[in-house]
Design a protein around this ligand. Structure first.
Ligand code: UDP
Ligand code: MG
Length: 326
């Protein structure tokens, strides 16, 4: 391992990105080449695309890049669409034996590639993990911005330690990756898992831009699913909250019982239908919600117990692994 001129692999998940890839791939290429020319990274550094089972021409585009410029591009393809997190993990572990550092970044040009220079220099200063953090979200819609912010707040409130405004744009050294490799969970939430690896880390700030082409694959529904997955993968706080809530409701019902006994003794027991119905509705709602939360965790245990593979690579361009000998 050479800390002065490390081998860098930029790992880029792509799902149905035929519109944006021809625009952003040359940008990634330029970045790799300029860093190489400055002597910041080794000549074995590459851009590695991970096709997450796209249904459009994404894989053909990646293969073409890898064929015409094998010194810059390589790619792997997942056997089917498994989601962003699994695609990133597949790329990171594929790159792990080939390089000293990996940087994962989205392929749509939203993350500023100029932050890569600073990430690499922080690695040289001794950091094993460098988080790319969005300093502003001016280009996102008000809805996207507020839901995203609520997402981070909810995550932290529920005990899942995540870095505010950091998505999956980050540098991880191969040393830290080897430790991440030991995290065997199938329910992936990398933003929460990586901080648990530890080591010296730092942040790099950048302004988030607009998607250069194509459309977002993270509508509100998917973001909510990601938040629930993140919370339940990283924390058991919701289970504890249920217990606390249960205790509070029990205490309140104790007061209720006192009230019922007093009214009974005072002889005014004819009325009370409304209060009774309200209590039944409320308590059964709480019970159903609690069962749902517990069910989430039972489901997680069930999926984890199957130990299914987290990714299946079906194809590799220009023998990505052989780049090692170049
Ligand atoms: N992506 C993926 N698999 C999926 C969905 C998305 O690999 O099932 C990739 C996508 O190609 C992009 C990145 O994940 O590089 C982030 O997705 P997107 O830009 O759609 O999300 P947003 O930035 O809007 O949150
Ligand atoms: Mg995007």
């Amino acid at each position: 391992m050479d800390k002065k001129t490390p081998t860098l692999y930029i790992v880029i998940p792509c799902y149905n990105e035929q519109e944006v890839l021809p625009i952003t791939a040359p940008m990634f290429k330029e970045k790799i080449i300029s860093l190489r020319e400055k002597g910041e990274i080794s000549s074995r550094s590459r851009v590695m695309f991970v096709d997450d089972g796209s249904r459009d021409k994404t894989w053909e585009i990646i293969s073409e890049f890898a064929k015409t410029e094998p010194q810059v591009f390589c790619g792997i393809r997942q056997s089917r669409n498994r989601g962003h997190q699994n695609a990133v993990l597949a790329g990171l572990f594929e790159a792990m034996p080939l390089c000293d550092i990996t940087i994962s970044i989205d392929c749509d040009g939203q993350d500023d590639i100029n932050a890569i220079d600073e990430m690499v220099s922080k690695y040289k200063d001794g950091c094993e993990i460098v988080y790319g953090v969005r300093s502003e979200r001016k280009t996102d819609s008000v809805f996207k911005r507020s839901t995203a912010q609520a997402f981070y707040k909810l995550m932290n409130a529920m005990g899942a330690e995540v870095i505010y405004n950091h998505a999956d744009y980050r540098l991880i050294s191969s040393m830290a990756l080897k430790e991440l490799f030991e995290f065997n969970e199938v329910n992936l939430f990398l933003r929460g898992m990586v901080p648990l690896v530890g080591f010296k880390s730092d942040k790099v700030y950048y302004a988030r831009a607009k998607r250069l082409a194509g459309e977002s694959h993270y509508p509100f529904k998917k973001m909510l699913a990601l938040a629930i997955n993140g919370i339940t993968s990283l924390s058991v706080k919701p289970l504890r909250l249920i217990t606390v809530f249960g205790i509070i409701v029990s205490l309140l019902s104790f007061l209720g019982v006192l009230w019922v006994i007093t009214t009974r003794l005072l002889g005014n027991t004819v009325e009370g239908w409304a209060s009774m119905t309200a209590i039944i509705c409320f308590v059964s709602g709480v019970q159903l919600m609690s069962l749902g939360v517990i069910g989430e965790y039972v489901g997680k245990c069930y999926m984890e117990s199957k130990r299914r593979p987290r990714f299946i690579i079906s194809e590799r361009t220009n023998k990505a692994r052989e780049n090692e000998d170049n």
